[in-house]
Design a protein around this ligand. Sequence first.
Ligand SMILES: C[S@@+](CC[C@H](N)C(=O)[O-])C[C@H]1O[C@@H](n2cnc3c(N)ncnc32)[C@H](O)[C@@H]1O
Ligand SMILES: O=c1cc(-c2ccc(O)cc2)oc2c(O)c(O)ccc12
Length: 361
Amino acid sequence: MELHQELGSNDEMFQAQCYIYKHMYHYFESMSLKCAVQLGIPDIIHKHGKPITIPELASALQVSPTKVNSLQRVMRMLAHSGFFASAKMHENQEGEEEGYILTTTSSILLRKDSPTSLTTTVLAMLDPALITPWFSLSDCFQGNELTAFETFHGMSFLEYGRQNLEFFNFLKEAMACDSQLVSLILKNHKEMFEGVASLVDVGGGTGTLARALSDAYPHMKCTVLDLPQVVADLPESKSLKFVAGDMFQTIPSADAVLIKSVLHNWSDEACIKILKRCREAIGCTDRGGKVIIIEMVINEKKDESKQLAETKLFADMQMMLVCTGRERNEKEWARLFMDAGFSRYKMTTTCGLNSIIEVYP
Ligand SMILES: C[S@@+](CC[C@H](N)C(=O)[O-])C[C@H]1O[C@@H](n2cnc3c(N)ncnc32)[C@H](O)[C@@H]1O
Ligand SMILES: O=c1cc(-c2ccc(O)cc2)oc2c(O)c(O)ccc12
């Protein structure tokens, strides 16, 4: 076969070339986003109160004149990605001047002082400790370590956390940002907490979600179960307590168990053990308890947006890279529930990336 026939039309070949270059360079977008967050650009634009020109932004950042042009190119890139938008301003001698404004994404989620800020999450997920393991993925496939994280760092993620307290605390904060967003949804699902007088948040970290729930539902006694190094010295209240423990051993009894972004860190075998402990915890009450799981559900039916589906697959890669966990589809979740002795479940998809799964004994 002629070479040009194998390659298809020139048009197809150049589209394919562009597609490959786009994916080769795609992390530039992530790194530019990280740079903007590190420099606090969304906060500067917000404080400015009107479209900001590049010279104004450069001045606020005290950028050397030799780097103003680079700043302009980073801003152009991020405006193209939808993090900022350009706005036409008044005429000057050189014509119409352009400034940058925030988009919904940067205004709500990328300002450090926004209550729904994801800035710490952005910085943590793009920390060298989590990015460098990608350089070891191919070695990992040929080696004996369980994860690329372990291949690169020479120790498991948990051990790394133990040895690098600053990173460990940073990650805890990043998880808390995500919980802040989820709490907004749970506060609107009153029916889910009706008749629930006590709730345990398993692997609840520093208690962001439990605190928001105990504020929203003051009748509910909330307990956060997490590892001793996570819950040590956290402020408690009349309706919020912290318990240091191991979810593989025992979970305190409650009407409902909440477990968010924990099961995706673990293998199926480990999840079944955790879910059995959850079942025991709600079994001790006579109110017909339930387990409320907040996790992603991979949807292979292709009826969700490309962006949502792709982001869930990225999250699955993250779990594969750092621990032996995974994101699961509905069938995989259902199998775990049945294997852990539950009889039925209900899935609600109102949390963006996450779904709420209520599981019953
Ligand atoms: C990915 S974080 C999720 C934190 C929180 N649920 C959230 O969504 O922000 C996983 C949590 O599980 C906790 N964890 C890990 N192993 C545990 C164990 N054996 N017992 C209790 N908690 C554990 C971790 O310390 C961490 O806080
Ligand atoms: O980067 C991570 C790491 C974890 C993780 C792994 C293993 C554990 O025992 C605890 C936590 O969890 C993550 C997570 O839940 C997430 O949504 C994003 C990133 C990570």
